[in-house]
Design a binder for this molecule. Structure first.
Ligand SMILES: Nc1ncnc2c1ncn2[C@@H]1O[C@H](COP(=O)(O)OP(=O)(O)OP(=O)(O)O)[C@@H](O)[C@H]1O
Ligand SMILES: [Mg+2]
Length: 364
């Protein structure tokens, strides 16, 4: 077990800066998730920790030891790659045993570990097969098992569930989380899937364009996003963003007036004519059932574009009339409406976020 520290890590390829200013400390035994859109530098960070890439600058420590110049095989790190590869000529059992054999574990230990890992990943019945006799999902579980089997100091996983179908993905995700809780191996996990990040992580690192946007617990990041990118990346459907202009104690969103709650007014101290991006999550918007609404709760008229029944509720995708500003809201499972209709919705005034339009930085 180990802690992993990155200090100001940077990696440049030719004239592409893949990552920069990457600084974080993963405490011993924690499960961290790096999340962000394609090309944001997730794999580069992981490969640098593994020792498969060399940082252009910055320092990398494992358990307080500077490891920049220590070769990958001496770092005692197991990594499951985005494009994992099993040894095709070996059976599943031999694949699982490989790392342990390399470390000269005795036969009894190897057999015990193979059984444990195979059981926890539900691949016991596949131990005698060769990789080409497995489905993509089964292969991926074997790749995970191979890395887990040798109980490394640090476990690095790059999109390890991406080849699994939805059900298997949910199951494997839950197993992985249980397994990590049990063995408490320091784990850094890469994904572009925000649901995976939210459900697995002790802490999430949100990345964009090679830079860290925010580090925090899933709850923290969801409730207190540092900027518009983080706010709209985590959460499904994402936070709604409405461009607004401030005048006379009110926001104007495409000709519609949104009264500003006094507390927000006080925190924001806006000046007349100032532009903002107003953020509100779909779950904090309700569809008005009665015509009478209080003036204190900000409300909006929206036009329905599409309706997506999700079973326990309905996702209504709409927009501000005569604009391209999208707004998603949830309706009860028994709600009925149709595309083209207009809806009046109320915004929960305690759940408004305000972003600076250019930088995207959160102001309130
Ligand atoms: N060997 C390389 N040579 C040149 N550029 C590279 C190299 N490897 C990565 N990059 C660039 O560095 C950036 C980060 O790549 P990286 O693979 O880390 O992204 P990622 O977040 O893992 O993306 P994905 O989700 O698509 O896997 C990208 O712009 C990529 O094109
Ligand atoms: Mg990648």
């Amino acid at each position: 077990m180990a802690k992993v520290s990155l200090q100001d890590i940077k990696r440049i390829y030719g004239n592409v800066t893949a990552i920069e200013n990457i600084t974080f400390d993963v405490p011993d035994g924690e499960f961290w998730v790096l999340v962000g859109p394609s090309g944001c530098g997730k794999s580069t960070i992981l490969r640098t920790i593994a020792g498969l890439e060399t940082a252009t600058s910055g320092k990398l420590y494992i358990d307080d030891q500077l490891v920049n110049d220590i070769p990958a095989r001496q770092r005692d790190i197991a990594m499951v790659f985005q494009n994992y590869a099993l040894y095709p000529h070996m059976s599943v059992a031999e694949n699982l045993a490989f790392g342990l054999k390399m470390r000269q574990a005795d036969r009894a230990t190897i057999n015990r570990r193979i059984q444990e890992v195979a059981r926890s990943l539900n691949i016991e019945h596949l131990l005698k097969r060769k990789p080409k006799q497995l489905s993509g999902g089964q292969q991926q579980r074997v790749a995970l098992g191979r890395a887990i089997a040798r109980e490394p100091k640090v476990f690095l996983l790059d999109e390890p569930l991406s080849n699994l179908d939805a059900q298997l993905r949910d199951d494997t995700r839950a197993e992985l989380k249980q397994l990590q809780n049990r063995v408490a191996i320091t784990t850094i996990y890469v994904t572009h899937d925000q649901v995976e990040a939210m459900t697995l992580a002790d802490r999430i690192v949100v990345l964009k364009d090679g830079r860290i946007q925010q580090i925090g617990t899933p709850q923290d990041i969801y409730q207190h996003p540092a900027n518009r990118m983080v706010a709209t990346f985590l959460g499904s459907p994402p936070m709604n963003i409405l461009p607004v202009i401030y005048t006379d104690g009110k926001f104007i969103a495409n000709k519609q007036v949104i009264p500003i709650p006094p507390q927000l007014q006080q925190q924001l101290q806006p000046t007349s004519g100032e532009h903002f991006d107003l953020g509100i999550r779909p779950e904090h918007i309700t569809i008005n059932n009665s015509e009478t609404t209080s003036d204190l709760q900000p409300s909006l008229k929206i036009q329905i574009i599409t309706i997506e029944p999700l079973g326990k509720e309905i996702l209504v995708k709409g927009k501000l009339p005569e604009s391209n500003t999208a707004i998603d809201v949830f309706a009860d499972a028994n709600w009925s409406g149709k595309p083209g209709d207009y809806l009046k919705v109320t915004l929960d005034s305690n759940q408004l976020y305000i972003f600076e339009p250019e930088s995207g930085k959160r102001k309130v």
